[in-house]
Ligand binder design. Structure first.
Ligand code: NAI
Length: 470
């Protein structure tokens, strides 16, 4: 069988690339090493974590939120097995959806490990039966990433057993609520999964090497958000370096030291989640043998996703840029269009980031620090949700909208939101920024009342110091 395109990996980057290519008439196949399609995002990442975040938020609302609305319920009980069943059903519906879309678009799928023998030739090794050889005009590597490893002070890798010492995969599948959970890394995974288990009853301590949480996000937003999470009971130990994690009979012991060397501490826990980032996953692809150029674990590509070898392309977590499902999807679409002779393009300046905690945090474009370090003159407008009528009605007054505009042209360069529905509200900023809109454009657009989105408009008004409700 000869294909126009063989995609290796069926995560959001790979499966979306395959669908778009098939829509454009390319004869397409996908190779997936796991039993189900969808990669990390659908199976052990975005989707299951959102199922648990939503379910645990509901529990927390029933415990602490509803009575303030005059809704009295008998004390709610957690049934973790049922909650995990909800998570699994959500995952199943999504991965089955991908299988359906492959059939609908006449995409062939192969289960096994894909290895590139040479440009135009991919071998699929399966556990049973002889390897299959696929001939193809183009190959897309969309094999994603895996949890980064952590080394102790002696340089030895801390081994994850996914029961006591966990990656995000194990932390999404615990069979009992750990009394005490230590999380290493105050990034997106640490904060989302820390929120889940805190709401389900764990004492959660988050250890972070840097002196702040959510590196990469606007510093003011991150610091305000940390205070909100602390009110929810999360404990942070910043500027701290983990020097050892060892398993005991019942749990684990974590040794940490202040980054400046001033102190050392030992903490015990029932479980430890290592959430210190992710590494591009390129194992078994045969990239060294065929000579694909790499840099620090990532595949090097040009502006059109092409590697140094003709007909071999790469997208998503294996290449430069943020490790985000929607970034990978957009790259997959753009690449499929390029391969079909169109002008595919991704605007890397307008890619939103969302942390799905309560409240949510969402960001797009430049942070205040980035704008200042690039010596861009800026005007900043802010509006708190405590002054928004709808937020008050919902008892969701934590957070703010912060808009960063160019001080001379007024073009919006960045938008940062902490608040209920921030992940949805940021889409308005994405549309505005994609059209190079100004804060005045946003401020002149009629927003329905009463909605949370009025806070976005008010922040735009605040750029010109003319917010109405504060
Ligand atoms: P991350 O890069 O967001 O955060 C890792 C944190 O661990 C950083 O703050 C880093 O300073 C800290 N760290 C690293 N080594 C450490 C050490 N030895 N001791 C203490 N702290 C240490 O990585 P994370 O949270 O693991 O997420 C991985 C990737 O997955 C990220 O690219 C993230 O954007 C993505 N992701 C996105 C989600 C979303 O969009 N909602 C959800 C979950 C993951």
């Amino acid at each position: 069988m000869t294909y126009d395109l063989v995609v290796i990996g069926s995560g959001p980057g790979g499966y979306v690339c395959a669908i778009r290519a098939a829509q454009l008439g390319l004869k397409t196949a996908v190779i997936e090493k796991d039993k189900t399609f969808g990669g990390t995002c659908l199976n052990v990442g975005c989707i299951p974590s959102k199922a648990l975040l939503h379910a645990s938020h509901m529990l927390s609302e029933a415990q602490y939120g509803l009575e303030h609305l005059g809704v009295i319920v008998s004390p709610p009980k957690l049934d973790l097995a049922l909650m995990m069943q909800h998570k699994q059903q959500t995952v199943d519906a999504n991965v089955n959806g991908v299988a359906f879309l492959f059939k609908k678009n006449k995409i062939d799928s192969y289960h096994g490990v894909g290895k590139i023998e040479s440009p135009g030739r991919v071998i699929v090794a399966t556990s049973e039966g002889a390897p299959q050889i696929l001939e193809t005009k183009n190959i897309v590597i969309a094999t994603g990433s895996s949890p980064a490893s952590l080394r102790d002070a002696s340089g030895a890798e801390i081994v994850k057993d996914e029961k006591i010492i966990l990656s995000s995969t194990g932390a999404l599948a615990l069979e009992a609520v750990p009394e005490k959970l230590i999380i290493i890394g105050a990034g997106v995974i640490g904060l989302e999964l820390g929120s889940v288990w805190r709401r389900l009853g764990s004492e959660v301590i988050i250890i972070e090497y840097l002196d702040r949480i959510l590196t990469g996000f606007d510093a003011e937003v991150a610091s305000r958000f940390q205070k909100i999470l602390e009110k929810q009971g999360l404990i942070f130990k910043l500027s701290s370096k983990v020097t050892n994690v060892s398993k005991t009979k019942k749990g684990a012991i974590v040794t940490l030291a202040a980054v400046d060397g001033s102190s050392q501490e030992t903490l015990s826990a029932d479980a430890v989640l290592i959430a210190t980032g992710r590494t591009p996953f390129t194992d078994q692809l045969g990239l060294d043998e065929i000579g694909v150029s790499m840099e620090r674990g990532r595949i090097l590509i040009d502006d059109h996703f092409a590697t140094n070898l003709k007909g071999i392309y790469a997208i998503g977590d294996v290449v430069r840029g943020p490790m985000l499902a929607h970034k990978a999807e957009d790259e997959g679409i753009a690449l499929a269009e390029i391969l079909a002779g169109q002008a595919g393009h991704v605007n890397y300046d307008v890619i939103p980031s969302v942390v799905y905690t309560t409240p949510e945090v969402a960001a797009i474009g430049l942070t205040e620090e980035e704008a200042k370090s690039q010596e861009i003159p800026i005007a900043v407008g802010k509006f708190p949700f405590s002054a928004n009528g709808r937020a008050r009605a919902m008892r969701e007054t934590d957070g703010l909208v912060k808009i960063i505009a160019h001080a001379v042209t007024d073009r919006v360069l960045g938008v940062h939101i902490i608040g209920a529905g921030a992940g949805e509200l940021i889409a308005e900023a994405a549309v505005l920024m994609e059209f190079s809109g100004s804060s005045e454009d946003l401020a002149r657009i009629c927003h329905a009342h009463p909605t949370l989105s009025e806070a976005v408009r008010e922040a735009a008004l605040a750029v010109a110091r003319r917010a109405l409700h504060i």
